[in-house]
Design a protein around this ligand. Structure first.
Ligand code: FES
Length: 158
């Protein structure tokens, strides 16, 4: 998979808010983005599972991958590919730590046309799903954090 396309740098969270082995998600310029820290490295990726849009930050992080909490699809964080459903993948984004902040580069074509944003190389602020400003507590991508009422299909039912 090619490296993430260049885009606008966005403030994601305070570096101290993303501990080792943790993953957080936020709405960045209209794009659901998750960032994980493991082995001292940051991995940024699309936060919504392509299966049924579960928040992947609720999933299980392992060395090199994350498994969705709803139906256990696992995604390789080096490629974005899903091992359980060939052809399904999540987008990857560039991320880095700078000045005590975690910054994520979201490609322009990944953002909503109306989201505006700073010119490349500048840092734009992030927004949470519930409208809080960046820098507060991590936003939940789903207010309830729960599965659909029917629990969704099982892995066997995909
Ligand atoms: S919603 Fe992620 S595996 Fe079903």
């Amino acid at each position: 998979m090619p490296p993430p396309a260049p885009g606008t740098l966005h403030d994601f969270c305070a570096a101290a808010d993303l501990g080792e082995g943790e993953v957080l998600s936020r709405l960045i310029a209209g794009v659901a983005v998750a960032v994980a820290r493991q082995g001292g490295r940051l991995s940024a990726f699309g936060a919504l599972c392509p299966h049924q849009q579960a928040d992947l930050s609720d999933g299980l992080l392992d060395p090199g991958g994350i498994t969705c909490s709803w139906h256990l699809w696992r995604f390789d964080l080096a490629t974005g590919e899903c091992e359980m459903a060939p052809g399904a993948s999540i987008p990857l984004f560039a991320a880095r730590e700078q000045g005590g902040r975690v910054l994520v580069e979201v490609p322009a074509d990944a953002a909503r046309p109306s989201s505006g944003g700073a010119a490349s190389g500048e840092t734009a602020s992030s927004e949470s799903v519930n409208g809080d400003a960046a820098g507060g507590s991590p936003a939940e991508m789903r207010p309830s954090g729960e599965r659909p009422a029917d629990g969704g299909p099982s892995c066997e039912g995909r």
